[in-house]
Design a protein around this ligand. Structure first.
Ligand SMILES: [Zn+2]
Length: 377
């Protein structure tokens, strides 16, 4: 997708998500009134200007863009991109390189009074420059700069395995850190960077990812659509006792480190069981897993995105497999539960094939791993 348009979409997604959040808070306190979300207003204005600059206009030269917030919500954000009033305009179609035209930002209630953001919108919002999810993750990575490779694996694994901790966990984590050569000051700072108090609207523990379920106007939600799909839609939610003495991972850390980390650890254990030589995050995260066999070295990066287009965008903007050594075979692997669209892998292949990176599902990678283990004897 064209870079500037992507940036505007991400800001719109952020504004929509924030507005929904504020609305729910007001509703909870039974003080609903109409309000404008400044971030959303600003992003809608940006969109109008963008359409004008790119000649996406009517015959009279008026930009094909929302007139106001209501118009934006009813006629743009609740529709798929190709249903937008500008959807048929050739200049607009040119923007959508990855044909993400079947996506929409929000679901609108039938009476058009509320909306709920989609998973695509959530992922986009997390990519917004103005949003702090990536900053949360970035702050943890900054802390990693001070530790050895061994300490790094210890800390990163802890985050993946502990979405919620209590005071005893915290004490024990501190003690283990000390044994690994990390100071109490460092450990305190690390915990403060990665964890936060449990917010008030949390109703329980997610049966899928073990993080927190919050109650919203439409339903209950956790960190990812996966949680919803892999539980009974949060019908039964385990209660959190003594909320005030517990901490949870910050949302950005949960979303970008802990959640994908589960698939990394699972693959690691799978290779271990096959007696393969496997390491997590070699050289502090050149990539996710290094699997060494008698015939080859597999460099594996696990990427867990709901939308293949966002994954493609992420790869195009941030790059992938930058510090490779020698003849490492580069593999981008997508967890099986992510591959719901039938052309998901193909979309990734379209941009990665000529970069010398193979893209496949976890299932396909495990097959390769089993064959390598057999060859190893
Ligand atoms: Zn969850």
């Amino acid at each position: 997708m064209q870079k500037k348009f992507f940036g505007i979409l991400a800001d719109l997604a952020f504004g929509l998500q924030k507005k929904q959040f504020v609305y729910e808070k007001l509703k909870k306190n039974e003080e609903y009134f109409y309000f404008q979300q400044p971030e959303l207003v600003k992003a809608i204005q940006e969109l109008g200007l963008f359409m004008l600059e790119n000649g996406i206009v009517t015959e009279e030269g008026v930009p094909l863009a929302p007139q106001n917030e209501t118009d934006a919500i009813n006629n743009y954000f609740s529709k798929t991109l190709d249903e937008w009033p500008c959807g048929k305009h050739p200049h607009f179609q040119n923007l959508l390189v990855y044909q993400e035209n079947e996506e929409r930002l929000i679901y609108l209630s039938p009476e058009r009074t509320h909306y709920e953001v989609t998973s695509w919108c959530e992922e986009l919002a997390a990519a917004s420059q103005s949003f702090n999810y990536e900053a949360m993750q970035g702050a943890v990575y900054e802390q990693f700069a001070f530790v050895s490779e061994e300490q790094y694996v210890f800390l990163r694994k802890y985050i993946i395995e502990h979405p919620i901790i209590n005071l005893i966990d915290k004490y024990e984590f501190n003690q283990s850190g000390k044994k690994m050569g990390l100071t109490t000051d460092y450990m305190d700072k690390f915990i403060e960077t990665a964890f936060e108090p449990i917010p008030e609207n949390v109703v329980g523990i997610c049966g899928f990812c073990k993080w927190t379920v919050v109650k919203t106007t439409f339903n209950e939600r956790c960190i990812d659509r996966l949680c919803y799909n892999n539980t009974d839609n949060f019908f039964h939610v385990e209660e959190i006792k003594d909320k005030t003495t517990k901490l949870r991972l910050k949302p950005g850390v949960m979303k970008f480190m802990s959640l994908p980390g589960k698939d990394e650890l699972e693959l690691y254990e799978y290779c271990k069981a096959l007696k393969l030589d496997v390491a997590l995050w070699p050289d502090k995260d050149r990539y996710d897993l290094k699997i060494v066999t008698s015939s080859t070295v597999l460099a594996v990066d696990v990427k867990s995105y709901f939308s293949p287009y966002l994954l493609a965008h992420h790869i195009e903007s941030k790059g992938i497999f930058k510090n490779l050594q020698g003849s490492e075979r580069r593999i981008l692997v997508v967890p099986d539960h992510r591959v719901q669209k039938k052309d998901y892998i193909q979309i990734i292949r379209n941009i990665l094939d000529d970069k010398g990176v193979e893209s496949m599902t976890m299932k396909s990678l495990k097959k390769i791993v089993r064959e390598e283990a057999k060859r190893n004897g």
